[in-house]
Design a binder for this molecule. Structure first.
Ligand code: SF4
Ligand code: SF4
Length: 203
């Protein structure tokens, strides 16, 4: 897997969940299909008066979630920027050509209320439940930085093996200390809950 393939898969899903944060710090999520993928750049459209647009302008953080028929979750986290005024019409026209239904929503000159945003720097978390063990990968696009997630085993490990017996995916190997393979970990926490000496730490 790689970042561009993940983005293409999101394109095939078509309708994606876009989450933002409102002025009270509460999550806000909606389905968006007015999206144009230009390589790894993600352009999308809303109207200037929408709460969605004001949340993007005020905070910018956005998380996009898509789920494929192959049990793949693709979670993209980044910051959206409003497209510069001089480029707005170009990208809006590209999107309207790809998605003619938009003309029903904003016919003729009423589409002037539209505004385009773009996400260029973001991280992707790819999580696939149809492999055994499951697959988890992270990618960074543009200037984004990956924040490590998951569980690690520290030096306090006494090698009792309890974590291995409770791991649903069998992704813990013996060693000193024992080791979790992050590429196949569910992040369920069973190893941490059952370790007798608290050697398993969540990042
Ligand atoms: S349960 Fe804790 S102490 Fe035992 S092997 Fe696993 S990490 Fe090490
Ligand atoms: S978090 Fe769950 S899947 Fe991951 S190593 Fe621990 S028990 Fe296994």
């Amino acid at each position: 897997m790689d970042a561009l393939t993940c983005v293409k898969k999101l394109g095939y899903v078509g309708v994606l969940d876009f989450a933002t944060v409102d002025e009270h710090g509460a999550p806000q999520v909606r389905n968006i299909s007015a999206i144009h993928f230009e390589g790894t750049d993600i352009y999308f459209l809303t109207a200037r008066g929408k709460y969605f647009a004001s949340q993007l302008r005020r905070d910018g953080r956005v998380q996009i979630l898509g789920y494929t028929r192959y049990k793949e979750t693709i979670r993209l986290s980044g910051v959206a920027e409003e497209v510069p005024k001089a480029e707005q019409t170009h990208w809006r026209d590209v999107l309207y050509r790809e998605q003619p239904y938009l003309e029903n929503v904003y016919p003729g000159e009423t589409k002037d209320i539209d505004t385009m945003f773009v996400i260029r720097d973001y991280t992707i978390e790819y999580f696939c439940l149809s492999t055994r063990p499951i697959t988890r990968e992270y990618f960074a696009v543009g200037n984004a930085q990956i924040t490590p997630k998951g569980y690690v085993i520290g030096e306090a490990c006494i090698g009792c093996g309890t974590c291995q017996t409770v791991c649903p995916q069998g992704v813990i190997t013996e060693g000193s200390p024992y080791h979790i393979d992050p590429a196949h970990c569910l992040q369920c926490g069973a190893c941490a809950e059952n370790c007798p000496v608290g050697a398993v730490r969540r990042l």
